[in-house]
Design a protein around this ligand. Structure first.
Ligand SMILES: Cc1cc2nc3c(=O)[nH]c(=O)nc-3n(C[C@H](O)[C@H](O)[C@H](O)COP(=O)(O)OP(=O)(O)OC[C@H]3O[C@@H](n4cnc5c(N)ncnc54)[C@H](O)[C@@H]3O)c2cc1C
Length: 440
């Protein structure tokens, strides 16, 4: 008897799930084609992998060079434990091998991010598309799934859906498909114009699944400090950031590169911070305090000594020009503004109070975080509750034959290839297991 697996969403997880399902299905396909498994991939866009194509600024940070799985898992603020099984089966090293053996040479950059040598995400999607076609996956683009129901029971979900083995899905253009297994890979709801509009959450709920609260992650921060515009573009290779929740009850600390923007702060350390604090609420009335240490590798004592030594040698310099020896010029201007110091004050005339204030600004520069950079979050934190999904197979514990993979799950990682890695790994596991189930 012919069996059918439907995969909802042709993003990273969906494409990899379809490849894995078709490979697994092909392994045990009998001589009679009627006994095989058909793999159907539905994508609402007119092309596959919209988000993969724009990821990493178009270069596609496919995965990470952190090959030790336990170290790798430290990069997931949510879902690390759940990911263990999927990551051991399809770790970054194997992801790398997979793409390279499918015609996409990859390179590991200094910060351990892995990109195509071509710096072109199109190659990543192209390799998956070629493989999908070679394996005979039926690709439906322009195919917006608007309804997914259990064939047992009509629309109530919960208990009725619990015994479901067949599914009916309906497209916006009214076409319907009956399938034996479904893998939901519709993604989160960040960058909605790429097609990821959170549709899968409603499907999951229909089958009795819990969707945890959702929140943007990997975003920049908007700050309310007036002088921020004058710092746009100033960047640091290493800063130490501390963020206090509005009520002061929680504090987050991250170290790494950072950059000032026209409206606030961005860069890897800020993204990591935003992931840690993604469920904090804050706005202009409830700002969070962000403090920046521009000299994270020096303690207060050594910085002070260096500062004093330099001050002794440069007594005649104007303060702003002296600070320039430590920090970018535009930041020195902001320091002088904050200190309300005379711009023509010479270093030799700097009193103790000003000196202490400058040293404090150097390692404890405070900003008021009042919002997230509009629409620039990269992933959605929260999703399908992991307790309700089998970590070894990605199958729903509530509804047999239903699988989840990718960002729709309550999993998110930091920047650095971790989110795509989670999508490849969970997608592969879901595809393999759905196909195995069809063969049983
Ligand atoms: C700008 C940007 C840059 C990023 N850069 C990186 C990076 O370099 N490295 C990294 O690891 N991560 C990166 N990420 C995150 C990463 O791209 C995602 O976490 C990952 O693509 C999620 O994969 P997914 O398959 O779960 O979901 P998605 O890639 O979002 O795919 C879901 C697909 O489902 C389709 N879909 C949704 N609903 C329906 C429906 N009802 N019917 C049919 N189809 C539907 C959507 O159109 C979409 O194509 C980036 C994200 C963004 C926004």
């Amino acid at each position: 008897m012919k069996r059918t697996i439907a995969i909802l969403g042709g993003g990273a997880a969906g494409m990899m799930a379809a490849v894995a399902a078709a490979e697994e299905g092909a392994k045990s396909r009998s001589a009679e084609e009627e006994n095989g498994t058909d793999v159907l991939l539905f994508e609402k866009n007119t092309y596959l992998g919209a988000k993969v194509l724009i990821s990493g600024g178009g270069r596609c940070n496919v995965t990470t060079g952190i090959f030790d799985v336990r170290k790798l898992l430290e990069n997931y603020p949510r879902g690390a434990k759940f990911l263990m099984s999927a990551m051991f089966r399809f770790p970054p090293e194997k992801v790398k091998e997979w793409f390279e053996s499918h015609g996409v040479p990859l390179k590991i950059e200094e910060d351990l991010r892995i990109f195509p040598v071509s710096n072109n995400g199109k190659d990543v999607v192209g390799a998956l598309e070629n493989e999908l076609r070679r394996l005979g996956v039926q690709i439906f683009t322009n195919a917006n799934v608007i309804e997914l129901v259990s064939m047992k029971g009509d629309s109530a979900g919960g208990e009725q859906a619990a015994s479901a083995q067949k599914f009916l899905l309906k497209l916006k253009d009214e076409r319907t498909f009956e399938t034996d297994a479904v893998i939901i890979t519709t993604g989160g709801n960040a960058y909605r114009h790429t097609g990821s509009t959170g549709d899968g959450y409603a499907f999951a709920k229909y089958f009795g699944h819990t969707v945890t609260p959702l929140s943007p992650s990997l975003n920049s921060f908007v700050v309310s400090d007036q002088w921020i515009k004058s710092l746009a573009g100033v960047s640091f290779e290493k800063t130490e950031l501390r963020l206090k929740s509005f009520d002061g009850e929680r504090e987050y600390k991250r170290t790494g590169p950072g950059v000032f923007t026209h409206h606030g702060v961005s860069g890897p350390a800020v993204f990591a911070m935003s992931a840690a604090a993604s469920f904090e609420t804050y706005d202009r009335n409830k700002p969070m305090e962000l403090s920046v240490n521009f000299f994270p590798d020096e303690n207060a004592e050594t910085l002070k000594k260096r500062f004093m030594d330099m001050a002794d040698k440069n007594g005649k310099k104007f303060l702003v020009n002296f600070l320039d020896m430590f920090l970018p010029k535009s930041l020195c201007g902001v320091f002088v503004e904050i200190l309300k110091a005379d711009s023509e004050l010479s270093v030799g005339k700097m009193d103790r109070e000003i000196r202490e204030k400058i040293l404090d600004l150097m390692q404890n520069f405070k900003l008021s975080v009042v919002g997230r950079g509009a629409g620039d979050e990269f992933v959605t934190a929260g999703g399908v509750l992991l307790d309700e999904v089998n970590t070894n197979t990605m199958e729903s514990k509530i509804c047999p034959g239903l699988y989840f993979a990718g960002e729709i799950l309550d999993i998110d990682g930091f920047t650095g290839g971790f989110n795509l890695q989670a999508s490849w790994a969970t997608g592969r596991l879901a595809g393999e297991n759905a196909a195995k189930q069809m063969n049983e």
